[in-house]
Design a protein. Sequence first.
Lengths: 189, 189, 189, 189
Amino acid sequence: MSSQAEEQPKANRGPAAGPENRRALIAAAREVYAEGGLNAPFSAVAKRAGVGQGSLYRHFPDRTALAVAVYEENVAELERLMEPDTSTLDDLLTRTVDQAMVSTAFVELVNGDRHDPRVAALGERYRGVASRLLAREQRAGRAGSHLEVEDVLLATGMLAAEIARSDPDQRLDVATRVRALFHLAFAPR
Amino acid sequence: MSSQAEEQPKANRGPAAGPENRRALIAAAREVYAEGGLNAPFSAVAKRAGVGQGSLYRHFPDRTALAVAVYEENVAELERLMEPDTSTLDDLLTRTVDQAMVSTAFVELVNGDRHDPRVAALGERYRGVASRLLAREQRAGRAGSHLEVEDVLLATGMLAAEIARSDPDQRLDVATRVRALFHLAFAPR
Amino acid sequence: MSSQAEEQPKANRGPAAGPENRRALIAAAREVYAEGGLNAPFSAVAKRAGVGQGSLYRHFPDRTALAVAVYEENVAELERLMEPDTSTLDDLLTRTVDQAMVSTAFVELVNGDRHDPRVAALGERYRGVASRLLAREQRAGRAGSHLEVEDVLLATGMLAAEIARSDPDQRLDVATRVRALFHLAFAPR
Amino acid sequence: MSSQAEEQPKANRGPAAGPENRRALIAAAREVYAEGGLNAPFSAVAKRAGVGQGSLYRHFPDRTALAVAVYEENVAELERLMEPDTSTLDDLLTRTVDQAMVSTAFVELVNGDRHDPRVAALGERYRGVASRLLAREQRAGRAGSHLEVEDVLLATGMLAAEIARSDPDQRLDVATRVRALFHLAFAPR
DNA sequence: CATGAATGAGGGTTCATTCAT
DNA sequence: CATGAATGAACCCTCATTCAT
């Protein structure tokens, strides 16, 4: 009814918005995946980020690209957190629980795209963290010598998946129980 | 409308086909769930069974009904197999690996529809099996007294999920490794 | 699990059940149409009648056949009720309200199949009733001479449709109001 | 997968097509409702408008939204036409006949979704028109003081429905006859 | 002649992806 | 480079109709 500018579709903010949008998309994806799992509508990510569909596709041409971006942040954080000499395998389990929702989405995804190099690279970095932790713990006599890095990877993977599967209000309980099991399994004999 | 018999709609085989169709549907569902998880297109089951959509809905009014039917067979088999006094928790793990693909779908199911009575009933039967085995093993001194039935359920659940997730040609390896972990976790201290 | 007669599908009662089924179907149709209008699932009629789908189709090869059968009973009742010298146009309106749900279903149907002879025959009988009533009322000076039988048919048709459309708990109100309008329109000038 | 451009999926005309599509959808709906009533296949509207299913849902998230959009135009026109001091109740009946096909769909709509606020708002506007006309006619002594706005609404509703039900080549006749009836019913006593 | 399962087409809705502006 | 509408395929579910027993 006004004589000008009938609709204002949200001002095209120009190229400057690029990196900002990218960040918004990753954050939105983290939330959406956490709530709805990996099969949440892809378009829901754009909507939640307050960004056009097209921009989502420009930044992340496929589902894997987006998931990798999300998980990349998690791995980076993990690398940082697990660096100090005082960090333990148990810290890794704790961290896994915290990140379970995203981790699981990532794991789900990876099992579709196992051979995607982007995915493989991230997997290697994660494995590196686990490997360094394990070696350190074994040296300190806090982890059994029977353990190999694959065991640790399996443990964290299963833990994350189990948490993600669980009823939200049982997660604390489940986490405690599962960590106790792996404690026993990891202990020196 | 057409001058010749253009389509051959597939002969109505009559009610006699009923039980046969039911069996075909369950078998098809087993395969479809194994390949695509519980959210595989419902219609894919009908197609794979070579049965009309409508018949699928007649036999199983909703997803849960079908999943329950599939898993019912598994639980029944489990109850039979675990009955002898000689069966162990380790047998349960073995069996879990064998049924992993279906088991995972069931776990998915249970975590989605926890309050559906049909699902709850099956869950109870499974729990019963685990419970009897655990008690027997603890009496025999082969399982630690710290263990509760929840621990066993978590272990089998995680094992099944992990197997289902894994690359088919790594499953044997994964199974071995995970079972070894739980062996340690279950052992008396 | 019993060794014989696993399922007893409801004893085929033989040809004797024919007429009984027919009656049950008509009664069921009356209810179903009243509740769900003419687009209620055709099969719902069979279910409500406690009769196989096939029997429904045998007795009434199409929707029209069933609707005609239902309405035939209504018209017969109408003929009986309107015969006494004391019955008036107003009685016809009253009766129309009572039968509104079925009447409307019939009218709906008729507008699809206007040229179906079965339908036309019933229409004639209804028209006959209206015609006799109108003549009698005009002779008695209770209806205006401007009125033709078409006017009466339109009035009853619209009344029935309006009732059928209305919220169930407003029907009484609507009926009163509409009948008052037609009272004025029918009165001698 | 194919060696040549096998399909020509119909060129995405871009957002510019938006408003045009919206208009096309409303126009198509008007036709489809007129032919098939309010339960005509929703998808038929998209097809007739030459627009994808998805676009239909984007513009009108549910049946009611579409029906309201269609009828909104009619009510607006009505408000405009009935504003002059010279317009009468009879003009309203005339107009109702002209819009009968759409009016009926609207009546159906109103009777189904009486509690939807969008529908209620339109109903109020229509009632407003009828109310103003009635008051004016009563003041001028052209309508009886026994009449209430509900009577007018019932009359237009029944008239529209009856026209919509009628054989196209009898509509003129039916309209004349029904309007004459309501003339008598509306007249001052 | 009754029964009720089988069939598949039809219509509803969602969502991944493309593309004009 | 961002935007958001358009598109259509895919899945869901219901129901009219047929037909073996």
